[in-house]
Design a protein around this ligand. Structure first.
Ligand SMILES: [Zn+2]
Length: 243
């Protein structure tokens, strides 16, 4: 069985608590899930070539998940990208990314490579260079266009990513069929309806998962430092995990 490698460009929630980098991770060096503001800096520190990315996959449009995209594209533009790239996200991603990108770096969208956009609704499926992604509507900021979690298959491996969400049926269903779940865990015991916490919600997700599957917590605060749940760990900034 093949492995999945996850490299975390950051592990913190929106407030960058304790100086944590904002959450995001690279799957197998090719798929960047989330584009937090420091994503390009973290990729460079970790020795991951931004031009090797096949796609950026965005769960929703909050700034800690989205505002690093212009820097990624800046690298692509000026450091020789020629291969096609894909950007995946909720409806409105292209319009928002274009407006922001053109405002902060005029010329950013004068491209020397093909850029493909995939805006996904609940239940939509897309295949990107061998990565099959199914989008699921999750329960987060209803003022945004749509908030997504993703269930994915890469080769013979199945994993899912919650995005930002409160505990909901979509998350539990994804957990039940995954060998690996990357879940947000924004607090220890504070109950915020649009987020998951460590003491109430994460055990429910763990229970829904196959016992030998792995759970990685991210989008955390430093207080979410350890967990005694089986096969569960807390992601660290700039760390790699092989599952
Ligand atoms: Zn959010």
């Amino acid at each position: 069985m093949s492995h999945l490698e996850l490299a975390f460009v950051g592990s913190g929630n929106a407030f960058a608590p304790g100086g944590l980098c904002w959450n995001g991770f690279v799957l197998d060096g090719r798929f960047l899930f989330e584009a937090p503001p420091q994503a390009l800096m973290s990729l460079n520190r970790m020795g991951i070539d931004p031009n090797a990315l096949d796609a950026v996959v965005l769960s929703h449009h909050h700034g800690d998940h989205f505002l690093g995209l212009p820097f990624i594209m800046l690298h692509w533009k000026y450091f020789g990208r020629s291969r096609p790239a894909a950007i995946v996200g909720p409806p409105g991603t292209r319009e928002l990314a274009t407006a922001i990108g053109r405002s902060v770096y005029p010329g950013l969208f004068d491209l020397s490579y093909e850029l493909r956009w995939f805006e996904l609704e609940d239940g939509d499926v897309v295949e990107l260079e061998g990565l099959h992604i199914r989008a699921h509507r999750v329960e987060h900021d209803t003022r945004l266009s749509l908030n997504l979690g993703f269930s994915c298959r890469l080769g013979d491996r199945f994993f899912s990513y919650t995005g930002d969400t409160g505990l909901c049926d979509a998350v539990l269903a994804m957990a039940g069929e995954s060998e690996l779940v990357v879940a947000e865990c924004s607090s220890v015991d504070e109950r915020v309806p649009i987020h998951l916490n460590l003491v109430d919600d994460i055990p429910r997700i763990r229970e829904a998962m196959p016992p030998d599957s792995r759970l990685i917590l991210t989008h955390v605060t430093p207080a979410v430092s350890v967990t005694h749940l089986a096969n569960t760990l807390v992601a660290r900034d700039l760390e790699r995990y092989r599952v």
